[in-house]
Design a protein around this ligand. Structure first.
Ligand code: HEC
Length: 195
């Protein structure tokens, strides 16, 4: 009887320790670091969808010459809209710029490096389509000021709508997002995971 008990006990100990062993193995598993280039097509799709959503909503709120509704709309929804697109496939997606309108859209040191790459490539006449830093922790694409409409809220004084800009300044007293020409590098899309 005792021998049986002992055998059962010994067997369970071996079994339990093997569990512990496997568990340690599992904990030791280090996931591969995220490489945005492995998912480039999906990321580009999410960026495109977000851009189309924002521009579509922007245009739908322009009433003839009057852009007031569009300003109210952007000021109230631009952040939430980009955030809502972030839920798609689990990416964090943001619009950032060194001359940011919203304080939340400023650059950090890594972002500044990416912006410089785009600036240089645009100046040399062959704008890079994307940028991934060496540590692969983000994916950037350039945002150009592509439509004359953009100038009404981001252009030089003579291209801007004064009434519209007065309203923008009420929402954003620290606004830096003006004096651009058509075709200028306005900012970047930044996509990350897990932050
Ligand atoms: C009706 C005015 C209006 C028009 C037109 C407009 N924008 Fe903006 N833009 C804004 C506002 C307001 C914000 C701040 C949104 C926020 O709070 O994130 C903004 C923010 C941005 C940002 C984020 C960086 C920052 O400065 O905070 C980018 C990039 C941008 N706009 C690009 C464009 C482009 C490209 C166009 C043309 C397709 C355009 N905008 C047209 C009002 C406008």
């Amino acid at each position: 009887m005792n021998t049986i008990k002992f055998t059962v006990l010994a067997a369970s100990m071996v079994f339990l320790s093997s569990c512990v062993y496997f568990q340690q193995e599992e904990n030791a598993y280090v996931p591969e670091p995220w490489n945005p280039l492995d998912e480039q097509t999906q990321i580009d799709d999410v960026i495109l969808a977000t851009q189309q959503l924002l521009v579509g909503k922007l245009i739908s709120h322009v009433d003839g010459e009057n852009l007031d509704e569009a300003v109210h709309f952007c000021a109230k929804n631009a952040q939430t809209l980009t955030d809502s697109m972030s839920q798609v496939l689990g990416y964090n997606i943001r619009r950032i710029s060194p001359q940011n309108r919203n304080d939340k859209n400023a650059l950090n040191a890594d972002d500044a490096l990416a912006f410089e790459q785009f600036e240089n490539s645009l100046a040399s006449g062959a704008l890079e389509k994307f940028f991934v830093p060496e540590n692969q922790n983000a994916y950037y694409t350039p945002i150009l000021l592509g439509m004359p409409l953009c100038l009404q809220c981001h252009g030089k004084a003579e291209d801007r709508n004064p009434q519209t800009y007065a309203l923008i300044q009420q929402y954003y007293p620290n606004d830096k997002a003006i004096n651009y020409d058509l075709g200028a590098l306005r900012g970047m899309w930044k996509v990350t995971v897990g932050e």
